[in-house]
Design a protein around this ligand. Structure first.
Ligand code: DAH
Length: 352
């Protein structure tokens, strides 16, 4: 190609462009030079227009030539622009006002659910609980059978289960870890069990098909409902504020007897009734009860020697209540605009 005589002065134009770019001392002058060569009314466009005066057979080659030239000039321009911009930034830096605040590097933060879990763990560790965990992919036996949900019993329908096969499922609750833990440990024991659980729910602002629960279990001789009430109340006051009240309503769970749901007084209206608490003054926060003798037997404990209480709460729900989050799905959305709102609380924290 380079052997060919430069009939249209292409190389000459490129040389002039390179020179003009090199001489441009700032971005403004450079921009003027760019417009002169490759702008809409620049030299290259004018050159292309002259195609009409060429014989037909020369036109394609000419078009290619001019397009190559355009690319070349664009490349030269970009290179010069890069050099000038770097220089400009450097100049700004040295001539800048040193008293201006610096630019802060973007840093991440702890997810709001992890903040909530961390705070809850601290409260329960302070009461002598320790941490236990269990598998997300669980046996039907631990998720239902050992927890006194009989096979084909309607109580199973309350938890829309993702089955992997007849015996294996995604756990619908953290309660199976109660039995797994008791099988391996002798009483007395006090554990909390946070973990992800799964249910085949149609997603809406208060339902997601995966969410976090936390189980609590305390087993010893002579554990009573009064102990349950004490620990739950302590937790609620430590987490939501010392003026919170707690009440228990009778309920049914197959693995506890008696069973209850615990409510706390609405933190928004302090009990007088508002939209957050559905005008009742109370907000449901957990299920709880005294461990059912069948569950103790299934785990190899003697129900005549030991008693215990259990409770289970939804961590997403607790986070939503505490921070006024209106849709559970936001917690899994990874939307930085949402997540960032909670980072201030963990700024500078060292992550373990
Ligand atoms: N596992 C129950 C659920 O997912 C919650 C629950 C209720 C856990 C009562 C407990 C309990 O340990 O005692 O709905």
């Amino acid at each position: 190609m380079s052997e060919r005589p430069d009939r249209f002065g292409v190389d000459e134009i490129a040389e002039r462009a390179e020179k003009a770019f090199a001489e441009a001392a700032d971005l403004e002058v450079l921009e003027e030079a760019r417009v002169r060569f490759i702008g809409r009314k620049g030299e290259i466009t004018t050159l292309l227009r002259s195609i009409g005066s060429l014989p037909d057979e020369e036109r394609p080659a000419f078009g290619d030539l001019v397009n190559d030239l355009r690319e070349r000039i664009l490349g030269l321009y970009e290179r010069r622009k890069g050099a000038l911009s770097d220089g400009a930034a450097e100049e700004d830096y040295f001539s800048g006002d040193p008293t201006l605040p610096g630019r802060r590097a973007l840093s991440g933060g702890r997810h709001v659910l992890h903040q909530v879990l961390r705070d809850i763990k601290r409260i329960f560790f302070g009461m002598g609980y320790s941490l236990a965990e269990g598998p997300d992919v669980e046996l039907d036996y631990y998720n239902f059978e050992a927890l006194n949900f009989p096979a084909d019993h309607p109580s199973r329908d309350t938890q829309d289960t993702f089955y992997i096969n007849r015996d294996i499922l995604l756990r619908t609750q953290t309660s199976p870890v109660q039995v797994r833990y008791m099988e391996k440990h002798k009483p007395p024991l006090r554990i909390i069990v946070p973990g992800r659980v799964y249910r085949n729910e149609a997603p809406d602002p208060s339902h997601a098909s995966e969410f976090l629960q936390m189980e609590g279990l305390y087993v010893d001789r002579n554990v009573s409902l009064a102990d349950l009430r004490n620990d739950v109340t302590y937790f609620v006051r430590a987490f939501f504020g010392s003026d919170a009240k707690v009440r228990f309503r009778p309920h049914f769970f197959p693995f506890t007897e008696p069973s209850a749901e615990a409510d706390m007084s609405c933190f928004a209206c302090r009990g007088s009734g508002c939209p957050i608490c559905g005008k009742t003054g109370w907000i449901e926060i957990m299920g709880a009860g005294m461990v059912h003798p069948h569950v103790f037997r299934n785990a190899g404990y003697d129900p005549d020697a030991y008693t215990g209480f259990a409770f289970g709460l939804g961590l997403d729900r607790i986070a939503m209540l505490k921070y006024g989050i209106d849709d559970i799905r936001r917690l899994l959305s990874n939307d930085l605009r949402f997540l960032r709102q909670f980072w201030a609380e963990t700024a500078g924290e060292v992550f373990e």
